[in-house]
Design a protein around this ligand. Structure first.
Ligand SMILES: [Zn+2]
Ligand SMILES: [Zn+2]
Length: 257
């Protein structure tokens, strides 16, 4: 009897393997860095795939980093980046996976605008590898992606932060809530503005759509962290609604001083 069950299990595994390879053949996976199609048999089981050459080029965020926003720092002994020394953030702490430089910039551009949603698997696998422990230490109850303005999302077809959040949630086993926070304003891209304009641009940009009294620990998720104004604006409405501890993870971040 036990032997029979064992054989059935083996057959099931073989069928699943074939199914996965068929999907990979029909929808070839691309390297998140150079965008070349990856050979099917080189793809690892978690789908966290990248060409070996590209992997060497990636710049992973490493210590020393700012204790607040997670930016890699030039000065060995500094605790915070100059930005975090000057500014009081609403979030408690944040982490980022890659440095925003080199080919990763184009990778994120394609992820956001060219429908390369599959890259999320790789980004999330790297994020989970580095920060799963940190996420669990901070008792994160739910992962919330930074929302896009509804019309913008309709036009683009998806929200890249949401795609990343779902991939990460699956890897670390934490629920993702995509309808808790909405974007009420079609804001101008932050990179085109100075710090004061950024703040005004984001005023009343986000709204809470649910009762969140039972949530004390939320992880916000976005693709790129620059000055933190977006994360702070989202964290502000979450705080006002009663959530005390807001953390974030971004796919990438610039260097700090
Ligand atoms: Zn590559
Ligand atoms: Zn900082």
């Amino acid at each position: 009897m036990r032997r029979k069950a064992g054989i059935i299990q083996i057959i099931k595994e073989i069928i699943n393997g074939i199914k996965k390879q068929t999907v990979d053949l029909l929808f070839p996976r691309r390297c998140p860095l150079c965008d070349d199609v990856l050979p099917v048999f080189e793809i690892s089981q978690e789908g966290a795939c990248i060409c070996p050459e590209c992997k060497k080029k990636l710049k992973i965020v490493k210590e020393p980093v700012c204790k607040k926003c997670g930016k890699p720092l030039e000065r060995e002994r500094a605790e915070y980046c100059l930005d975090c020394v000057k500014k009081r953030h609403v979030f408690v702490q944040g982490k980022a996976v890659f440095e925003y430089c080199g080919d990763l910039q184009q990778s994120l551009y394609r992820f956001k605008y060219a429908n390369r949603r599959e890259y999320a698997d790789f980004y999330a696998a790297e994020a989970a590898k580095r920060y799963e422990k940190w996420i669990k230490q901070h008792n994160i109850q739910v992962i919330v992606p930074i929302p896009l303005y509804k019309k913008k999302q309709k036009k683009r077809g998806y929200n890249q932060a949401e795609v990343f959040a779902k991939a990460l949630g699956e890897k670390v086993g934490i629920p993702v809530c995509t309808d808790l926070l909405t974007r009420e304003k079609n804001t101008i891209p932050q990179k085109e503005l100075n710090e004061t304009e950024r703040k005004n641009n984001l005023k009343n940009a986000f709204k809470i759509t649910k009762n969140i009294v039972q949530l004390s620990y939320i992880l916000l998720v976005d693709d790129i962290y620059t000055t933190g104004s977006t994360i702070d604006a989202a964290a502000t409405v979450l705080r006002e609604a009663g959530c005390k501890y807001i953390y974030f993870i971004c796919v990438s971040i610039g260097r700090g001083f």
